[in-house]
Design a protein around this ligand. Structure first.
Ligand code: ADP
Length: 666
């Protein structure tokens, strides 16, 4: 009954449609999964392939499927594998599952997986039912990921750092090859907590504490410590690690690196050392350094020594305005001028004074040179030197020199006492004679008033002459500040010779004075230049030899309209060659009772006037020639302007001339 009802419901058309739908569905699923099915009756050799299997194997469904045909597309490198599997099938009659490659006619390589179960046929023949999957894409992907993993591995091993990872508890689970290369550890030694052995004993506690704290708190780990190399040498490394968390925020790994910072550490140490040396050198030399932006006026760097020189606290940044406030009021304008001009120059150099809070004055020397700024701004790098001690010493030296010059003049006066007495005796005798004559003319019964007048005039003249002589002696004997006026050098020579007239006669010497073709006007201090001439002529007279020609020749010549040369030549013994380089040294003398200061003073007087003094022996070994130069007055002015680079304005000229001529004070 039940069967009859079933039969009644059976609709062959519907069943066929159902079967077709199922087949289409299966075919679609095979297409989607790139997996075809097959049955292979090994005994009869019959092979039935699904459409997808044909597609995967690259055959038309119309071909005659045989195992030989199907195997013929196997990639040559996998042919041995297929043969092995076929032998295995024949022997074992077991399920199969293997991967192999096809080499398609167009050269493409396909990767396949074939898996089949033994399902004997109704007749008990050996039959496989299985599936073929196209796994080419998966294989390519695997290949790619294998490649990228080895690429990544190569990177991790190549980067110049020890790379590692740990479990959340801090125990090491990975490190790159560099750890073993550096430490010489075996992988077993380095595993787990083995890496701790490479840390320098002095750094171990600090390092361990920092790592424990990072693992406990999950904070970034960073620590510098020394790691032992395979040869026992320790180098500084910077260790850094960050935790890697899961979605819930739990730490699942720590990833870290140890970077060799030994060279940097050493460079830092040597930089710190050289900075300390530089600071010490600056302190010892009282010289600080600074960087100045001339375009903005901003000082972008002061060294500590500059703060010390300016008496400021290095902890509080000094502005350029505050630095200017320290300047001596008389120097502010000139410093401002230099700084204003600086932008148009490559370097500048000046001296000025600072007034310190307690009122003391400091002398400083500032010198700077422009340096590339990397922008349009003009930058200067400079040095500030505290030259107070030098200036004070120079002032003292100048004082000593002035005292010496004075002492030397007084000593010359002493030598010239006879000359002076003779000089003064002459006008006095003339006064006495004129007075006597005047009295006689008066005492006549008829006094001759004209003669009396003449006698009185002669008295007045001789009094004036005596007064002049006394004034000259006084100026030589008293210490006064130098006074520069325009004078004729030939006049100064004449005056000096008047002084020496008696001395010259007493020594039986002969002096010739050849004057220059034009008046040799110089800007000079009369007394000082006279002192030079008296010294040179006295030396020349002392060098004359008894029984030989006793001649002294003084000659002035104008040179290139810029300076005058004066030579003092004698016919004396000359200077011994070994003494020539030493005659201008202080205290060098070959004379009994000599001071050895005369020529040294002459040279410094002349240099202070912008001139110089040289000596040479005359040819034939008969006598010496001392020659000095002085700038001519007009040229002296020009020279001063050139030196100071200031337009020749009368007032500034006077100021500059004064400063130049007073520089090495005598
Ligand atoms: P002092 O006259 O006290 O020795 P100076 O400085 O004037 O000191 O001279 C130094 C030395 O130079 C003299 O001692 C002498 O040896 C040498 N000297 C100077 N002028 C002459 C000269 N005209 N001829 C030879 N020697 C000279």
């Amino acid at each position: 009954m039940r069967g009859a009802r079933l039969f009644e419901n059976y609709d062959p058309k519907r069943a066929e449609a159902e079967r077709r739908r199922n087949e289409a569905c299966l075919a679609e699923m095979q297409k989607l999964s790139q997996t075809g099915s097959f049955t292979w009756n090994v005994t009869t050799g019959e092979i039935v392939l699904s459409d997808e299997s044909y597609r995967i194997l690259g055959y038309e469904p119309s071909i005659d499927t045989s195992i030989e045909i199907l195997v013929s597309r196997t990639h040559p490198d996998d042919m041995a594998l297929i043969e092995r599997i076929l032998d295995q099938i024949a022997q074992d009659r077991k399920d199969i599952d293997f991967e192999y490659r096809l080499l398609m006619p167009d050269g493409l390589v396909k990767y396949l997986r074939a898996a089949a179960r033994v399902l004997p046929s109704d007749l008990g023949e050996l039959q496989f039912v299985g599936a073929i999957s196209d796994i080419t894409e998966r294989k390519h992907w695997e290949e790619r990921s294998r490649h990228s993993e080895s690429h990544l591995r190569a990177i991790v091993d190549t980067i110049p750092a020890i790379v590692w990872s740990t479990r959340p508890d801090g125990s090491n689970d990975f490190h790159n090859g560099r750890l073993l290369d550096y430490t010489g550890f075996s992988p077993q030694e380095a595993a787990g907590s083995g890496w701790r052995k490479m840390i320098h004993p002095d750094d171990a506690e600090r390092h361990g504490e920092a790592w424990r704290s990072a693992v406990t708190t999950g904070a970034l780990f960073e620590c510098e410590s020394r790691l032992r190399r395979f040869d026992g040498e320790y180098r500084w490394f910077l260790a850094r690690a960050e935790p890697f968390r899961d979605e819930q925020g739990h730490i699942i790994k720590w990833y870290g690196t140890n970077v060799d910072i030994d060279d940097r550490k050493r460079a830092e140490q040597s930089l710190r050392r050289s900075e300390a040396y530089l600071a010490e050198a600056q302190r010892l030399s009282h010289t600080g350094s600074f960087g100045w932006n001339a375009s903005t006026g901003e000082i972008f760097f002061w060294s500590e020594e500059v703060y010390r020189i300016f008496g400021r606290d290095p902890a509080v940044r000094m502005t350029s305005h505050e630095a200017m406030q320290r300047l001596h009021p008389d120097d502010i304008e000139s410093v401002r001028q230099v700084l204003r001009d600086a932008a148009n120059r490559k370097d500048f150099d000046f001296q000025c004074r600072l007034v310190m809070p307690a009122g003391a004055t400091k002398h400083i020397h500032i010198t700077a040179h422009s340096v590339p700024s990397g922008s349009d701004d003009i930058h200067f790098l400079g040095a500030v030197s505290d030259i107070t001690e030098r200036v004070t010493a120079q002032e003292m030296l100048n004082g000593v020199q002035a005292n010496f010059a004075h002492a030397s003049r007084v000593s010359v006066l002493g030598e010239l006492t006879a000359s002076i007495a003779h000089e003064i005796a002459q006008p006095l005798a003339a006064i006495a004679a004129s007075s006597g004559a005047g009295l006689q003319w008066l005492e006549r019964t008829e006094p001759d008033l004209l003669e009396v007048r003449n006698a009185t005039a002669s008295i007045v003249n001789n009094v004036r002459r005596a007064t002049e002589i006394i004034a000259r002696i006084r100026s030589m004997a008293t210490r006064t500040l130098p006074e520069h006026t325009v004078l004729s050098l030939d006049d100064i020579i004449r005056e000096a010779l008047t002084f020496l007239r008696y001395e010259v006669q007493a020594r039986n010497a002969h002096i010739a004075h050849y004057t220059a073709s034009i008046e040799p006007l110089v800007l000079a201090d009369r007394t000082q230049v006279q002192q030079v001439l008296v010294n040179l002529v006295m030396n020349a007279m002392q060098a004359l030899v008894q029984g030989q020609e006793r001649k002294i020749t003084i000659q002035t010549t104008i040179e290139e309209e810029t300076s005058v040369i004066c030579s003092v030549e004698d016919t004396g013994a000359g200077i011994r060659p070994e003494h020539l380089p030493r005659v201008f040294e202080s205290f060098f003398t070959t004379k009994e009772g000599g001071m050895g200061m005369g020529l040294a003073l002459c040279r410094s007087i002349l240099e202070a006037h912008g001139g110089n003094l040289t000596v040479q022996n005359l040819e034939g070994g008969c006598g010496a020639r001392f020659s000095f130069t002085l700038p001519l007055a007009g040229n002296a002015a020009k020279q001063i302007c050139d030196q100071t680079n200031v337009e020749s304005m009368p007032d500034s000229f006077e100021r500059k001339a004064h400063s130049l001529l007073h520089k090495p004070v005598l």
